[in-house]
Design a protein around this ligand. Structure first.
Ligand code: AKB
Length: 337
């Protein structure tokens, strides 16, 4: 008998580490993690780690020969800024990597006769607001609006959402008898802010970078204008969203892709919140017009009404609580002993 497992890809990334921490805390013992990097020391011995490339077909074949995969949290991705520097690599990892895992989940679902749960974090980058004027006129976008991403990463996310829907609902639709298929569920995240890790390669990174720099007493030059506004969320809420969506009853879900968000903040307001706790922080604005263009194409906020209605989504950390209860105490501990 093969051991039943939960597979987490991108396990050494920001979301991956926070998710593993939460699952272990909930007593989950059957975690198999996959990442191109080694697993964080904190988790060694608590999860079975495979260091390798998600695009390595032989690796995925070995994995299913050893384990029965019940659920996949597919977090591995090249983020928006990094993906612009190597779009072909981003496409390989973000799209081909996801396609390989969807195929794996489809085969496993058919073999088991019950759907493999496939949880996929998508992003505010799946949107593309053509102009700042239009961005202002549509302050809270719905899932189906303005799906015209301007980045390789955003395009990859949007397409992979579609692939997930396809594999769940239409794959082998012309077969005489359609086999049991996977159960794809996705959340579109805003910019995420963690107290315990730094993002790398994203374009919403100016928020967390500003905060971590202030805590380290380092000057920070923000690469977007002061009036730039996008939605953000504290990392514990991102993990809650993934776990809550994973635990929702299938019959309650009216979509496969849901917006989730917490608060919408301009870069100038972000700076004010940082100054409230680190009054000596030296934060200036030196917009990089190329990265600015990417953030300008993301909506100021997302409408997450459907997630609230269908599976009871509600962020636990509003703006005030994110800073006072989560970010500031943990970041202070991290950098100031
Ligand atoms: C990025 O900036 O690329 C990510 C995202 C918004 O998905 N943080």
């Amino acid at each position: 008998m093969r051991k039943r497992i939960i597979l987490i890809t991108g396990a050494s990334g920001e979301i991956g580490m926070a998710l593993i921490y939460s699952l272990l805390k909930r007593g989950v013992q059957n975690l198999v993690t996959l990442d191109i990097r080694p697993l964080d020391e904190e988790f060694i011995g608590k999860a079975t780690h495979i260091q390798g490339d998600i695009c390595d077909k032989a690796l995925l074949e070995r994995l299913v020969s050893e384990y029965e995969v019940e659920a996949i949290y597919h977090l591995a991705a090249l983020l928006s800024t990094r993906a612009e520097f190597s779009p072909e690599t981003a496409h390989r990892v973000n799209v081909e990597g996801t396609l390989g895992l969807l195929q794996l989940a489809a085969e496993q679902s058919e073999w088991r006769g019950s759907p493999v749960l496939f949880i996929f974090p998508s992003s505010v980058a799946a949107y593309g607001m053509p102009t700042l004027k239009i961005k202002e006129s549509f302050p809270q976008v719905r899932e189906w609006e303005w799906n015209y991403p301007r980045t390789m990463y955003g395009s990859n996310k949007l397409y992979c959402e579609m692939l997930g829907v396809y594999f769940s609902d239409y794959y082998r639709q012309l077969a005489a008898e359609r086999p049991v298929m996977l159960d794809f569920r996705s959340v579109r995240f805003p910019g995420l802010i963690s107290a315990f890790s730094m993002p790398s390669g994203g374009t919403s990174d100016y928020g967390p970078e500003m905060l971590h720099a202030a805590a380290k007493n380092e000057p920070y030059a923000c690469f977007v204008r002061e009036d730039t506004r996008i939605p953000f969320m504290a990392m514990p809420d991102a993990i809650n969203a993934l776990l809550k969506l994973a635990g929702a009853r299938r019959e309650d879900l009216t979509r496969r892709v849901y917006n989730v968000t917490s608060y919408s903040l301009s870069a100038g307001e972000f700076r004010q919140w940082v100054l409230k706790y680190f009054p000596k922080a030296q934060i200036t604005f030196q917009p990089d017009h190329k990265r600015q263009g990417i953030v300008d194409s993301w909506p100021a906020d997302m409408n997450d009404h459907d997630a609230r209605r269908d599976w009871g989504w509600s962020p636990e950390y509003d703006l005030e609580r994110s800073f006072s209860d989560y970010l500031i105490p943990n970041i202070r501990k991290r950098y100031q002993g």
